[in-house]
Write a protein that binds this ligand. Structure first.
Ligand code: NAD
Length: 488
């Protein structure tokens, strides 16, 4: 499927191994954030489309669950090979519809590949446990089984990595899948399923239904959908969690974030500033693990000066261009919302030390916003509390590590937190006390890889078992216990 920037077709859904038109008449434009041109249209599918996809997935489950696990794993190896072969093309597609820099997109494809590598370990990951002689002449064994049809709902900011957090592992564990990609970045999903089919996936094992809330509600309400994996903004994550749970489904809902980076007085100022800039402004700040708040410990004005100076030399532009760091935000409407936050920051008394609206006025072609930095932000201010999801960074001040940790604790979100220091004692205290699920030590984006759970806390996650790692295997399987007596 060669999708070019000139393509104005309407995307199709993928159901039971076939490309089919959505039954819905409504369509949305998929916009290139760097040029504002329409790349393609995405159908806003209906509950009827969901019904067909779930029906196909339910039928496919009957045979897929019995496919020997090593054979399922071999499809993952073939898929990995095809994704690797098309690494550059996939990255370009991400840049086109999401707007992030090619280097970032290339890295995202790599993160996705690691999920497929992990899923290919299904024969080991799905192993049960046995204990002979648990009572006299009695043995006990635990087996793992798939759940059935699983639904996945994904956000715009990682069109490759997030779907791959979900369907390879779910499918390798014997489930069948219905994916609802973000309507703002839906193109890559079609390429992913195309390559999955080429890798040998049977009809109905992976289905795609494009659209918005009707498709989400269709999945949440469907009695044949046994589990929901969701990644997106906080209000929607909470709604998905509550609705799926009310309907008796297993659910994991990964949500918004406000990630704090603490700069200790002994930190390497130059390196810390560089890591923070890349974390805060790479992908236009639209990463759930982006640094959005820095806590400067002590009177470290030289660090603030370094950060401000470095932010002035960031390369801003189209993600297709070489060496670009700051790319456009996803939509004009999102930029409008962000401008509202900037005004709010000023009116609530934070000091705007770097105003990215300058670049916005200069670069009119795409949804650009230059690096924006507020200093002397307090935890009570709106810009400190809410997820802005844009290149807007808040600097808070703290007299010591205890006060910095207290700032982190006040945040309703708890996805990630990083400390920059050489002091082992501070590192240990931070690791033990920082109120977040993914901790970085001198690391700008401490996002976990496929082999470990992506373990946000507080309002950054609703559910119990996280995506990826052994949590992911537990989420996509259910256990059966066998107690046996042989001398009978
Ligand atoms: P979003 O919540 O707008 O959309 C996510 C998905 O939910 C999409 O598929 C969308 O169609 C659907 N959706 C949106 N509104 C809905 C509604 N009212 N009812 C039912 N479904 C609805 O999120 P987004 O803007 O695409 O993605 C950015 C958000 O995702 C940020 O908040 C970011 O922090 C979060 N995110 C979190 C993680 C994590 O690991 N915690 C990872 C990536 C992104």
């Amino acid at each position: 499927m060669a999708i070019t920037s000139k393509d104005t077709r309407v995307l199709q859904n993928f159901i039971d191994g076939k490309w089919v038109d959505s039954k819905g008449s409504e369509k949305m434009e998929v916009i290139n954030p760097a040029t504002k041109e329409c790349l393609v249209k995405v159908p806003i599918s209906t509950k009827e489309d969901v019904e067909e996809a779930v029906k196909a997935a339910k039928l496919a489950f009957k045979t897929w669950k019995d496919m020997p696990v090593p054979k399922r794993a071999r499809i993952m190896y073939a898929y990995h090979h095809l994704l690797t072969k098309n690494h550059d093309e996939l990255a370009k597609l991400i840049v086109l519809e999401n707007g992030k820099a090619f280097k970032e997109a290339h890295g995202e494809v790599q993160r996705g590949l690691e999920c497929v590598e992990f899923a290919a370990g299904a024969p080991t990951l799905m192993m049960g446990e046995t204990l002979s002689n648990i009572a006299e002449d009695i043995d006990s064994s635990m087996y793992r089984y798939p759940l059935g049809v699983v639904g996945g709902i994904t956000p715009f900011n990682f069109p490759m990595m997030v779907p791959l957090w979900m369907f390879p592992l779910a499918i390798a564990c014997g489930n069948t899948f219905v994916l609802k990609p973000s309507e703002r970045t839906p193109m890559l999903a079609n390429r992913l399923v195309e390559l999955f089919t080429e890798a040998g996936a049977p009809d109905g094992v992976l289905n795609i239904v494009h659209g918005a809330h009707d498709v989400v509600n269709g999945l949440l309400d469907h009695e044949d959908v046994k589990a929901i994996s969701f990644v997106g903004s906080q209000p929607v994550a909470k709604y998905v969690f509550e609705t799926a749970a009310k309907n008796g489904k297993r659910v994991q809902a990964l949500s918004g974030a406000k990630n704090h980076h603490v700069v200790m007085p002994d930190a390497n100022i130059e390196k810390a500033a560089q890591h923070i800039l890349t974390s805060a402004f790479g992908s236009a700040g639209q990463r759930c693990m982006a640094c959005s708040a820095v806590v400067v410990v002590g009177d470290n004005d030289s660090f603030v000066e370094e950060l401000k100076n470095k932010s002035n030399s960031l390369t801003i532009g189209n993600g297709m261009d070489e060496d670009v760091l700051l790319t456009p935000v996803i939509r004009e409407s999102h930029r409008e919302k962000v401008l509202g936050y900037i005004k709010k920051g000023v009116s609530e008394g934070a000091s705007l030390i770097r105003d990215g609206r300058k670049e916005m006025d200069e670069m009119t072609e795409g949804n650009y916003l230059g690096p924006t930095i507020f200093d002397h932000v307090t935890p009570e201010m709106t810009i400190a509390k809410e997820e802005i999801f844009a290149p807007v960074l808040s600097l808070l001040r703290a007299k010591d590590l205890d006060e910095a940790l207290a700032h982190i604790e006040k945040s309703r979100f708890g996805n990630g937190a990083t400390i920059y220091t050489k002091d082992a004692k501070a590192v240990r205290q931070f690791r033990e006390e920082a109120d977040a699920g993914m901790i970085g030590v001198n690391v700008g984006v401490p996002a976990t890889m496929a082999f470990f759970p992506f373990s946000g806390w507080k309002d950054s996650f609703y559910g119990d078992l996280h995506v990826n790692g052994k949590d992911g295997v537990n989420f996509f399987t259910r256990k059966k216990m066998i107690t046996s007596r042989y001398d009978f």
